[in-house]
Design a protein around this ligand. Structure first.
Ligand code: HEC
Ligand code: HEC
Ligand code: HEC
Ligand code: HEC
Length: 428
């Protein structure tokens, strides 16, 4: 080897050692964003407190759900006693004879799920199935022990053993051993399986919607055994779900109550947030509930997922502006416009439905027979379903403006048809 070759070989060797060292450093460097898995004692896994020291950023942000702030748009928000019945008195007529005309408040943060449930005037005489969406107790304790048996128990008996810390604990969304997301609400798992989707083997991004969708969705309790059932088989629109309730698939479930004025069998819709989101522009772009409602945050260089699940417009920078170029003000104004339009049509639909209940009653008072009233009642039942589907949805139009507007349009049309049908009945 010549002197020159020796020098060159030396330089190569130094370079190899240097870059090798750099590569090793990069690969071996601790990842700032990685989370160290902690062992949570088995008897503490259903709560929150035992997770506090191991996952301080997630814990602290989850506890921000205790805050009682209004929404920046003036719709929704997380306040005590934010009564729908006071703001939309047509609900008193439309839910007459049913628990929702007694108390019906806007939703609050997850940390209130237990206390709000225990205090609601709608509670007695409900059954155990109502606790299905208030934490993982019903699954980890009851369901694992004896399947859906808890669903038929008196609610007081079902909730008696649940400690305060166990309502909506960390295990509500996480497997406490691995901290992986887990979708386990069995009604949802079964309904999605009927749609050909195995939720727990779904792509990770889809799970970031299912984790919320398992509770934020329409359901009813089965006639046979009180289990939670979701009407997904025909599709996820208000029309598809209505068709399901009108078919044999509902297995004898006809509705929630008979309205005392119109004597019509009514359906109560429950928060179809998953359904509205499912075919929105955002869902099509792969944007899930978690992207908006649980954005990534940074604290002292540590990246973490915000667990303050509230209006994303309280964190517009992190929730929206990672994708959108508009200013926070422009985007918030856009959302508010969608809300204003939705609310206006929602009120018109609700008020027209209320008039239809009274028109059907007036026709019956004039002597119209059940047979004569059948058409008006069928139109009324469907009209109210479309109105309620939107009114019970939590995004006030934003999650899917097109779908929401179509649904309200159908409600208004059918409510007018019902009024016409009732008024047109001639009685000898
Ligand atoms: C309503 C559902 C929900 C609840 C309740 C919940 N989490 Fe999470 N958590 C999530 C989601 C969604 C993610 C994002 C996970 C992903 O995409 O892989 C997450 C991520 C995490 C991570 C991974 C690191 C990170 O920040 O992304 C940790 C650790 C964590 N959560 C801890 C907790 C703790 C502790 C609690 C209880 C105080 C809790 N979580 C309650 C939904 C939840
Ligand atoms: C176990 C059932 C369950 C799961 C899972 C769940 N939620 Fe909820 N969520 C609720 C209930 C119940 C409430 C109402 C609590 C109350 O009003 O006391 C609620 C309330 C909310 C609110 C209202 C907060 C406010 O400021 O008004 C938001 C936003 C929300 N959830 C988003 C989500 C998101 C996003 C996910 C998924 C990461 C999710 N939820 C998962 C049951 C659930
Ligand atoms: C593209 C972002 C985005 C996605 C995706 C999204 N949301 Fe929302 N959500 C919003 C906005 C914006 C509002 C209205 C907030 C406001 O007016 O302050 C909202 C409102 C809500 C509310 C009512 C909050 C309150 O203050 O009462 C709930 C509950 C909710 N969303 C749940 C969900 C669930 C569950 C999913 C997924 C199935 C979802 N959202 C998907 C942006 C999103
Ligand atoms: C991960 C990326 C992403 C995030 C996060 C996101 N968006 Fe979007 N948004 C999109 C895409 C993509 C579209 C569709 C745009 C298009 O087709 O031109 C869209 C469309 C919209 C539209 C038009 C909706 C319609 O129905 O026509 C509005 C308004 C909007 N976003 C508001 C928001 C707000 C408010 C937030 C935060 C709460 C948000 N977005 C978060 C990607 C995102």
């Amino acid at each position: 080897m010549s002197k020159l070759q020796k020098i060159l070989a030396g330089i190569v060797a130094v370079c190899v050692i240097f870059f090798g060292f750099v590569v090793v450093r990069i690969v071996a460097a601790p990842n700032d964003d990685s989370v160290k898995l902690a062992k949570i004692p088995a008897d503490k896994q259903l709560g929150k407190e035992a997770y506090k020291d191991a996952y301080p950023l997630e814990y602290e942000s989850f506890m921000m759900n205790n805050r009682t702030d209004p929404s920046p748009t003036g719709y929704g928000g997380s306040m005590e006693g934010n009564s729908h019945l006071e703001k939309q008195p047509e609900m008193l007529e439309n839910f007459k004879g049913y628990k929702f005309s007694v108390q019906y408040d806007d939703d609050r943060g997850h940390t209130y799920a237990g206390v709000d449930f225990k205090n609601t005037k709608r509670l007695p005489p409900q059954k155990g199935n109502c606790i299905t969406c208030k934490g993982s107790y019903m699954y980890d304790v009851y369901f694992k022990e004896s399947g859906w048996d808890y669903a038929s128990k008196p609610v007081a008996e079902a909730m008696a053993p649940i400690e305060d810390d166990q309502w909506f604990g960390c295990s509500t969304c996480h497997d406490p051993e691995t901290m992986e997301l887990r979708v386990y609400q069995q009604g949802f798992v079964e309904a999605m399986a009927r749609r050909g989707i195995d939720v727990n083997n779904a792509p990770h991004n889809d799970k970031r919607a299912y984790i919320c969708g398992q509770c934020h969705t329409e359901y009813h309790f089965a006639v046979a055994d009180d289990r939670v059932v979701h009407p997904y088989d025909n599709g996820l629109s208000a029309e598809d779900e209505y068709a399901w309730y009108q078919s044999d698939k509902a297995n004898g479930f006809k509705g929630d109550w008979v309205h005392p004025d119109s004597k019509t069998m009514m359906l109560k819709a429950q928060h179809p947030d998953f359904e509205t989101w499912s075919d929105s522009v955002h869902a099509d772009a792969g944007v899930t509930c978690v992207d908006c409602h649980m954005p990534y945050m940074r604290k002292d260089g540590q990246k973490y997922t915000s667990h303050w699940m509230t209006s994303p417009l309280k964190t517009t920078q992190e929730s929206c502006l990672k994708c959108h170029d508009e200013s926070a003000e422009t985007l918030t104004a856009r959302v508010k416009t969608i809300h204003d339009n939705t609310y206006k049509l929602q009120r018109i639909a609700g008020q027209t439905v209320a008039q239809a209940h009274l028109a059907v009653k007036a026709a019956a008072d004039r002597g119209a027979s059940d047979e004569q009233l059948a058409t008006a009642r069928a139109q009324l039942r469907e009209a109210q379903w479309y109105w309620d589907w939107v009114a019970a949805e939590n995004g006030m139009g934003f999650h899917n403006p097109d779908k929401i507007m179509r649904t309200l349009g159908e409600s208004i049309d059918l409510a007018h048809k019902s009024i016409e049908s009732a008024n047109g009945i001639s009685v000898q």
